[in-house]
Each structure stands twice: as structure tokens, then as C-alpha cells.
Design a protein around this ligand. Structure first.
Ligand code: ADP
Ligand code: MG
Ligand code: MG
Length: 863
């Protein structure tokens, strides 16, 4: 009944029903809270009547009376939301005290110090939570008193000192609120209930809900509960314990305990608590009882519990139990252990691990115990931690990286031109951009940490410095970064390596048994392919060939090919590239065999392989004005400039790219297909079962695919003849423009497979250019809830998803053997994977580091 009673109230009720020692009390529901807000902050008369009845009942059960100095009932008034929001809302302890009751409590317990300490705590909490007075003003009074008496700590103050403090507290309240402190317990209670309701809307609670996507409409319950006292001498105490170690998952009771103290003291750090094991020494029976109860609670909830308890004069009371927060590592170990212990089944274990946890487990982290100086914060775009020297330029990053230096690339933003710098950097930081900006996407793909949109960094590329607050960091200075939190830190900070435990493998093994979706990886190199395989990928869903074209040793030949004036010139350039491509494919097919590798033929606009037009223009201008310059060199550059200008496009994304390149320059695709088949035949001769799928990008009309399929088939026949052998292969297409999805029946007749390229399909369906959208307007759309999510991160199921479903259905109608997958970034996003599972796709393809996450998400979708 968490929704109605809140987590705390539901836990207390359930423990009470199970016969566990819980101080008696009652819970005011979240429904009452919602009504209170709906009525504009007024407590309904029938609610007040019910509270009075419940208090009367509590008095009858405890034999104590509200406001009775001879035997007073004191209560706590505790917040408790349906979803745990630790420390975000308010709680008041010791309610029901006034001067007379405090004197009575002193007599009754024979402990005046205890009584007046409890009273002053109540005034302080009540004044803060209900009356809105600052805590610090009360602490100042206590400090004065301690100075006057020459003591250091609170417990050293005697009863008379607390009585003096109380008089000052009451005077302060009266002066500030222009009213005496409320002495009537019922009035105190009503005010406290309202204040706890209101604390649902304090700033920190609102921010917390926003961060954790908790609806603002839930409201909080209020728990009114008889006080028990852990501060009544050395047979009393208080503590908090987890039923298992929340950091490692080890199955041992783990917690802290303070003798002669109240609950809040443990958290406030006034005294250093002892490990829970110390309780065994001082109160063996109580410890044994607690251990028994802890085990029982864990078995009941079938999950690790976080338990608050208090011991009053040797008697144990339970004050709270909830599923404990834990690290990713502990979560995996606890889930797997609990299956072995028979507490939960494998499906439940899989459900308990979130995709974010998998992400955390695979990346280096900052040592959580290391001291740190935070320079700035940005968006945590790719998890993992790194330390290195700051560089501001991708070329320099590459040069230094190749010399073995650890560098962190810091840029206002990154572009595909910076990829070589990213490749060697330990991590990347940008001051602009969003979670799916180029730097973020590329870094996630590489499994490197990235922090983007760190607006606190004022980067000066000329001076090669950045400023963060008052600190200026120069090129070559050492910084650290934590991509999981978005923190940028000064200097070197100790890192810890990920060390996935055997339980991690066990869990993913279970995931593989339950999932129906295949999981492949997007990988462009043999190293990536091997890594993906180690993470459990069963094939490559997208092998991009353009990165191979970008490599420094290829670029001159690629440029020759692009700038060729005649087919003969182009053929000569292609002859240079072909053997290099063949070696690339050889390595990748070998690393993945016998699993399939989907190779996408050349896709990006050609100008991406050329220098930037504007830069070239400046260079020509410089040469033209330099009297010393060699005229031949100037002419050569001018000719180059003319060609680059001829290739310049207004809207390259919609320009000459993808299969359009193959239609205009069939010899480029023929070369690639030949290289692919040669590599595959060589491997097959060596006994390695290379498994080839060739993918044509950006097809919008079946005729495009039909035409290019002929080019591929012709290349196959040529190579097969040369090798005197045959092999099976598939030719398919990416579905990444709406027309392809709309005419998937026609395209399906000429394709062996479809792969939804959901990155481009999202751009073309929404008519939104991702690079222009993310930093500029998309975040506003998401913040203002015009869009539920960033559609480049989580599939827009209502729009793009419909095209996926339609493309799949039409394609399969035309070709029932059609294999269908997805290879956009969405292939590594848990919620999108759930959709793809439901839609009936055959597989998803994700970057290597996201393969384990995809395996888990695919299993979660299936169970
Ligand atoms: P939070 O949700 O912030 O943990 P709680 O309502 O749990 O706030 O209360 C804060 C502290 O007061 C805890 O240490 C709790 O154990 C203690 N506490 C709450 N109610 C009582 C009670 N009836 N008797 C003794 N201690 C209590
Ligand atoms: Mg608590
Ligand atoms: Mg594309």
C-alpha cells in the first residue's frame, strides 16, 4: 500500500502486522495530502476528527496521555512519500512537550538532562520545520552556552544548562513570530501535520523529484508514532543497518550504531558511530534479536533492507525498513546471490538490474574516497573517469597521445574532424552541446568518458586556457573528469578499474536465455569487433566503411578518387584503396566469424574527406599575397579550391551521399564489394567461415537498390570466378528515409534484409537536423515537455516507431525471409529496445560497450 501510506507507513504497518516490535502509531494517507493541497492548504474537519480519534486510541494502547506531565505521550511526526526521497522532506521528533511535560518527564525518568535535551530538540525542530526559523540561530545559542560553561560538546551540558537554553529558545521564537511557542500538544500536532504536508513542496523536494522523474502529484503521507528513546543511558542506543553490504553486496549485516543517542545523531555526525558488530559485545541478546528480525524482513521483502532501529532500556524497536540503495556492483551480486538462495527467481533478478547499472560496471570510476576539487559540472554524457593533461586541439591530442601521454581533449564542441584526437584522448569535455552531441555519441561509442555542455568553462582557444570560476587552467595542466557525474576536477585523482564480478557474467548468461532479440554491435575495426564479441555480441549490425577512408594513410588516395576528372583517374585511385579495404574487411570478418557482419557501403557526402572550403580559401589568399610563394603551388591550391567548391552543398545531409554516390560512381561501390568478397573468400580458403551482409545506405526507391544490387552481384561473380568458389551472401538496405518505410513492400522484393538506421530516420521523419537541434532547441522541447524525450536518444515511438512497424510489416509481406534489425543509437537504449522487441524485429545493434546493456534490456522486454 505504498501509494496510499507512503513507503515508510507501509513498512511500519507491515512490520506491525508481522508482530515485530514497532512503536505504536498511525498514518495519515497521501490521499489526505492531495485533498489538503486541492483545498488550498486547509486540513478538512473530518480529517482532524479522525486524527483526534486516532490519538485517543494511541493513548488507550500506550497508557500515556498527550500533555499529561505524570505520564506523557510524545510522538514523532514523520513524512513518507510513495517513492523514497531520503532527507528531502521533514520530520519532527518529541512532539507533545511543553514546560510542564518536560518537568514531568524529568521526574518520571529520573533523568533531567535527558528530558530537557529532548525538549530543546523538539523546540529546535518545530521552530525550523513549522515556523520556518533558521536552525543556525538555535545552534548559536547552544554554542554560547557551551562557551559560558567551558565545554566542547553537547552531551557535556548539564540539565540546568539545557533549561537556560530552552528559555532563550522560547524567547527567540516569540520575538521572531510575535507569538508564544505553542504549548498545547494538539495544536502542535495539527501544525506539524500541515508542515509535513507542506514539505512536499519545499525546493529540495521539488528538485529531487525533477531529477528522479517522480510525479509532483503523489503527495506525502504523515506517520504519527509514539517516541521511543535511545538516549536513556547505556542500555539504550540507536542505529541503522543494511541486511547486506550496500557497496559490495556481500551477505553480512552492515551498519552503524551509537550507544545512548537518538536517531538523528547517527546521521548528523555529532559522534562517530561504531560498527553494528559492537552491539553484539554490549547487548548480545538484543543483537541476536535484531539479526533474526533483519533476516526475516529480508526474506519477507525478498530484497536487501535498510533498517532504522532504536533500543530503549534494553528493548529493541524497529522504526523503518525499506529496500536499501546500493551500488551497481552490489545490485548484481545481491540479485544473483538471492537466486542461489532461492529467495527470487532469475526473471526477478534480471528485472532488478537497471541498464544504468550495467553502464556503471563497465567503466573506470573516480575512487569514491578520494579528495576532490570540483572545477565545474557538465552533462554526464558518457560514464567512466579519466585523468590527463588538458589539450585544446585534436591534432595536438593525437600527437601527444601517440607519444603515450594521457590527454583530455577540451573543446567548445567537437566535429567529425576531431575524431582522431578523440580516438587517443582519455576523455573529452565540451562547453556546449547535449547528451547526444557529436562528442557524446562518439565517446559513448568508444567507451570513453565525456562531459558535454559544461557551460561553466570559459574556453579561450587562442590563449589555450579555460577559466572555471576563479581558476585558470592552461594547456598541459592536469585535470580529472568523471563522466558518470559530470564533474570536472583539478589535478590527478585516484581511479579504480572496473572489475566485473563473476556474478555479472552469470546474470548476462540468464539474460541470453530469456531474450528473443538478437544483439549485434556497431563496429568498424577488428579491435572493436573483438571487444564486442567479448561483451557477447553475435555479429556486427553496422560496419561503417568511411572511418577506414579517414585514416591518414588512405586519405590522399581517397582525395585522388574524389577529385578524379575521368573514370580512368578514378579507377587508378580506387586500385590504391582496394587492397587496404580488403585488409580491413579481412580483419573484421575474421574477428566475428561465424557471426554475420553487415558492411555498409560508402555513405557520407564526399566533402567530409576534403579540407574545409573556408580554410582552403584562406590558405589560397595567404599564398596569393605572399611574394615569396611558389606560383606553381598557388596554382595547384587554386585548382584544388575550385574542385572543393564544386562539391560544396547547401544541405549535404540531403545531398550527394549514400546510395546516390553508388549510382553516380558505381566503380566506388564495385571496388568496395570486390574488397569485401576477396577478403571473405580468402578467409573461407583458410577455413574461417566469413559471413557477409552488404548494406546499401539511404535507399528511398526500390530501383536504387535494384541497380546497386546488380553492381554488388557483378563484383561477386568476378571475385567468385577468380577464386573458383562460391559463397552465400546477403544484400540489403538501410531504412532511413520515410519513403523507404512507406514503400518497404517494393524494396523488400529486392532486399535480403532491412536495417533501420534510426538516427537518420529520426532526422528525416522529424525534419530535424540533429547537429543543429541539440544545443539549440531540443533541450527546451524536452524541458517544457513538448516532447517526452530526446528522440535521438529514445525512439519516438509515436512517429518514427510507426514507420518502423510499417516498414517491417510491408517488408515481410513482400519477403517472408527478410531479416530485420536496427542499427541506430537506439539499438543501445533500453526503452527503445523494449519497443523493438514488441515490434518483432530480429536484432538490435549497439556500440560494443552497450552490448551487455542491450542483452539485459532485451531480456527485460521478454520477461
Ligand atoms: P527520514 O525519512 O529523513 O529518515 P525519519 O522520519 O525516518 O526521517 O526520522 C528521522 C530520525 O528520527 C530517524 O533516525 C528515526 O529513526 C528517528 N525517529 C523517527 N520516529 C521515531 C520515534 N517514534 N522514536 C524514536 N526515534 C524516531
Ligand atoms: Mg528514516
Ligand atoms: Mg544514415
Amino acid at each position: 500500500m505504498k501509494a496510499l501510506l507512503g513507503g515508510k507507513g507501509a513498512g511500519l504497518a507491515e512490520m506491525t502486522r508481522a508482530g515485530l516490535p514497532v512503536p505504536p502509531g498511525f498514518t495519515i494517507t497521501t490521499e489526505a495530502c492531495r485533498e489538503y493541497f486541492a483545498a488550498g492548504g486547509v486540513l478538512a474537519p473530518d480529517l482532524l476528527a479522525e486524527v483526534d480519534a486516532a490519538i485517543a486510541d494511541l493513548e488507550a494502547r500506550t497508557g500515556k496521555r498527550f500533555g499529561d506531565p505524570a505520564n506523557p505521550l510524545l510522538v514523532s511526526v514523520r513524512s513518507g512519500a510513495p517513492i523514497s526521497m531520503p532527507g528531502m522532506m521533514d520530520t519532527i521528533l518529541n512532539l507533545g512537550l511543553n514546560d510542564a511535560v518536560a518537568d514531568g518527564l524529568a521526574r518520571l525518568t529520573g533523568d533531567a538532562r535527558f528530558a530537557y535535551d529532548a525538549y530543546r530538540r523538539f523546540i529546535q525542530m518545530f521552530a525550523n520545520v513549522v515556523l520556518g526559523l533558521e536552525h543556525a540561530r538555535f545552534e548559536a545559542i547552544i554554542e554560547d552556552e557551551k562557551r559560558r560553561r567551558g565545554v566542547e560538546t553537547d552531551p557535556e551540558l548539564p540539565a540546568e544548562a539545557w533549561q537556560a537554553v530552552i528559555r532563550e529558545f522560547l524567547a527567540l521564537v516569540e520575538k521572531e513570530t510575535k507569538r508564544p511557542f505553542p504549548t498545547e500538544p494538539r495544536e502542535q500536532l495539527v501544525l506539524a501535520i500541515r508542515a509535513v504536508f507542506d514539505s512536499w513542496n519545499n525546493l529540495r523536494a521539488i528538485v529531487y523529484r525533477k531529477l528522479h522523474k517522480i510525479p509532483d502529484t503523489l503527495g506525502t503521507a504523515v506517520n504519527v508514532q509514539m517516541m521511543v528513546f535511545g538516549n536513556m543511558g547505556d542500555t539504550s542506543g540507536t542505529g541503522v543497518a543494511f541486511t547486506r553490504n550496500p557497496s559490495t553486496g556481500e551477505n553480512v549485516l552492515y551498519g552503524e550504531f551509537l550507544l545512548n543517542a537518538q536517531g538523528e545523531d547517527v546521521v548528523a555526525g555529532i559522534r562517530t558511530p561504531q560498527p553494528i558488530a559492537a552491539l553484539r559485545e554490549v547487548m548480545p541478546e538484543v543483537y541476536a534479536e535484531f539479526e533474526r528480525i533483519a533476516r526475516r524482513l529480508e526474506a519477507h521483502y525478498r530484497d536487501m533492507q535498510d533498517i532504522e532501529f532504536t533500543i530503549e532500556k534494553g528493548k529493541l524497536y524497529l522504526l523503518q525498513t525499506r529496500n536499501g540503495k546500493r551500488t551497481a556492483r552490489a545490485a548484481v551480486k545481491i540479485a544473483v546471490d538471492m537466486v542461489k538462495e532461492g529467495l527470487i527467481d532469475e526473471r526477478e533478478a534480471l528485472r532488478r538490474i537497471t541498464p544504468e547499472m550495467i553502464d556503471q560496471l563497465l567503466h573506470r570510476r573516480i575512487d569514491p574516497n578520494a579528495p576532490r576539487t570540483v572545477l565545474a559540472r557538465g552533462l554526464p554524457a558518457s560514464p567512466g573517469a579519466a585523468t590527463g593533461i588538458v589539450v585544446f586541439d585534436a591534432d595536438e591530442a593525437e600527437a601527444r597521445g601517440k607519444r603515450g601521454e594521457a590527454v583530455i581533449l577540451v573543446r567548445p564542441e567537437t566535429t567529425p574532424d576531431d575524431i582522431h584526437g578523440l580516438a587517443v584522448a582519455q576523455g573529452v569535455i565540451t562547453s556546449r552541446g547535449g547528451m547526444t552531441s557529436h562528442a557524446a555519441v562518439v565517446a559513448r561509442g568508444m567507451g570513453k568518458p565525456a562531459i558535454v555542455g559544461a557551460e561553466g568553462l570559459k574556453i579561450d582557444l587562442e590563449a589555450e586556457t579555460f577559466r572555471a570560476g576563479d581558476v585558470v587552467v592552461k594547456k598541459g595542466d592536469v585535470i580529472s573528469m568523471d563522466g558518470a557525474t559530470g564533474e570536472i576536477l583539478l589535478g590527478a585523482v585516484a581511479l579504480v578499474e572496473p572489475e566485473p564480478d563473476p556474478e555479472f557474467e552469470t546474470l548476462l548468461g540468464w539474460a541470453d536465455r530469456f531474450r528473443r532479440l538478437g544483439v549485434r554491435a556497431n563496429a568498424d575495426t577488428p579491435e572493436d569487433a573483438a571487444r564486442a564479441r567479448a561483451f557477447g555480441a553475435q555479429g556486427i549490425g553496422l560496419c561503417r566503411t568511411e572511418h577506414m577512408f579517414m585514416a591518414a594513410d588512405r586519405l590522399p588516395a581517397v582525395r585522388e578518387m574524389i577529385l578524379a576528372e575521368t573514370p580512368e583517374e578514378r579507377a587508378a585511385a580506387l586500385e590504391k584503396i582496394r587492397p587496404m579495404q580488403e585488409e580491413d574487411f579481412y580483419g573484421i570478418f575474421k574477428a566475428m566469424a561465424p557471426y554475420p557482419v553487415t558492411v555498409r557501403l560508402l555513405d557520407p557526402p564526399l566533402h567530409e574527406f576534403l579540407p574545409k572550403y573556408e580554410e582552403l580559401l584562406l590558405e589560397v589568399d595567404r599564398l596569393a599575397r605572399d611574394p615569396q610563394a611558389d606560383p606553381a603551388r598557388l596554382q595547384e591550391k587554386q585548382a584544388f579550391l575550385r574542385k572543393v567548391r564544386a562539391l560544396k552543398e547547401e544541405n549535404p545531409m540531403l545531398g550527394l551521399r549514400g546510395c546516390r554516390l553508388g549510382i553516380l560512381y558505381p566503380e566506388v561501390y564495385a571496388m568496395q564489394a570486390e574488397a569485401i568478397f576477396r577478403a571473405a573468400f580468402r578467409l573461407r580458403q583458410e577455413g574461417v567461415p566469413a559471413n557477409v551482409e552488404i548494406m546499401i545506405p539511404l535507399v528511398g526507391h526500390a530501383n536504387e537498390l535494384a541497380r546497386l544490387r546488380e553492381v554488388v552481384d557483378a563484383a561477386y561473380r568476378k571475385v567468385a570466378e577468380a577464386f573458383g568458389a562460391e559463397m552465400p551472401y546477403l544484400v540489403g538496405t538501410m531504412i532511413e528515409v520515410p519513403r523507404a518505410a512507406l514503400t518497404a513492400d517494393e524494396i523488400g522484393r529486392v532486399a535480403d534484409f532491412f536495417s533501420f538506421g534510426t538516427n537518420d530516420l529520426t532526422q528525416t521523419t522529424l525534419g530535424v537536423s540533429r547537429d543543429d537541434a541539440e544545443g539549440k532547441f531540443l533541450h527546451v522541447y524536452v524541458e517544457e515537455k513538448i516532447l517526452p524525450d530526446n528522440p535521438f536518444v529514445t525512439l519516438d515511438t509515436g512517429g518514427v516507431g510507426k514507420l518502423v512497424e510499417m516498414g517491417l510489416r510491408l517488408g515481410r509481406e513482400a519477403n517472408e525471409r527478410l531479416k530485420v534489425g536496427v542499427c541506430g543509437e537506439h539499438g543501445g537504449d533500453a526503452r527503445s529496445i523494449r519497443f523493438f522487441h514488441g515490434a518483432g524485429l530480429d536484432y538490435v545493434s549497439a556500440s560494443p560497450y552497450r552490448v551487455p546493456l542491450a542483452r539485459l534490456a532485451a531480456a527485460q522486454a521478454a520477461i
